[in-house]
Design a protein around this ligand. Structure first.
Ligand code: SAM
Length: 266
């Protein structure tokens, strides 16, 4: 075994991070960044650091689980999603799955957008899932603070009246209002090993497959696609595509922004 593989085997055994699902180049970039921080010149040397230092194990785990997200990430997608939500709600309730929801900003954006589009709260049901319990904990809290690199007020500015959906806390913090939170249920779900769900009108599975090893992309997208009712919609991240075998189940509703419609069963 190479020392990089030794290192990954250690991470897998000592933490609950399933490194084998992830793309090697991605893992290497993340591990190398931590090695530079700790001044380790080889994987073997860094493995020694990991064995001895609990805090470094936690830092590495944090670096490996990419929870990067935003409210209304990729604005043009959200303009199109507003129409999708209105179309899906036209004949009654609209049920949405935000798969890989990170700290909750994606499902809360969906909830705010649905309300902003005039869909009655009683008709909106959003399930939000992620593999990472810490991210889900932050999501349930629904509190977000601006940092040097992320301005929450700017992110919320996609909406004409964002303050209808959040309350300010201090000079940098925002908490999602109760009537928005009530529309979202958070639950842990692993897209690789977890069961598919069923009957969703819209599933958002964005910016998770870009980090995942090629062999697991298809199982993830199979799980996701069989969770959508025929005629329902799927939205992927802006650099993601549907693999062969799954692509055939969809037509492009808006190919430029990766929104697809599930075809009726043959
Ligand atoms: C970059 S975030 C994307 C968040 C959001 N969808 C967006 O586009 O802004 C990727 C998320 O995928 C989650 N994730 C990684 N592997 C997963 C898996 N096997 N099942 C479910 N979620 C997973 C991570 O915990 C992380 O929160």
């Amino acid at each position: 075994m190479s020392s990089f593989e030794d290192l990954l085997a250690f991470v897998e055994a000592e933490t609950d991070f399933a490194s084998s699902y992830y793309d090697d180049a991605y893992l290497d970039r993340r591990v190398s960044a931590r090695m530079r921080r700790r001044g380790a010149d080889s994987y073997a040397e860094y493995l020694d650091v990991l064995r001895e230092d609990d805090e470094e194990r936690a830092e590495l785990l944090d670096t490996l689980s990419v929870n990067v997200t935003q409210f209304f990430r990729d604005a043009k997608v959200w303009t199109a999603l507003r129409d999708v939500l209105v179309e899906e709600a036209a004949d009654g309730r609209v049920s949405v799955w935000s798969a890989a929801c990170a700290d909750g900003r994606e499902p809360y954006s969906i909830a705010m957008l649905a309300l902003d589009a005039g869909i009655p709260a009683r008709d909106v049901d959003i399930l939000a899932t992620d593999i990472d319990e810490d991210a889900l904990e932050r999501a349930r809290r629904g509190y977000y603070e601006s940092t040097r690199t992320a301005d929450i007020r700017d992110q919320l500015d996609f909406l004409d009246d964002p303050m209808a959906y959040v309350e300010e806390r201090g000079d940098r913090g925002f908490v999602v209002a109760d009537h928005v939170r009530d529309l979202v249920t958070f639950e842990r779900h692993d897209l690789i090993t977890g069961d598919p769900k069923s009957g969703f009108d819209l599933v958002a599975c964005r910016n998770v497959c870009i980090y995942i090893d090629k062999q697991y992309k298809r199982p993830i997208l199979e799980t996701v696609s069989s969770s959508i009712r025929p005629g329902g919609h799927l939205v992927l991240g802006q650099t993601e595509t549907l693999p062969g075998g799954v692509k055939e189940r969809f037509e492009a509703a808006d190919p430029r922004i990766r929104i697809y419609r599930r075809l009726p069963e043959a």
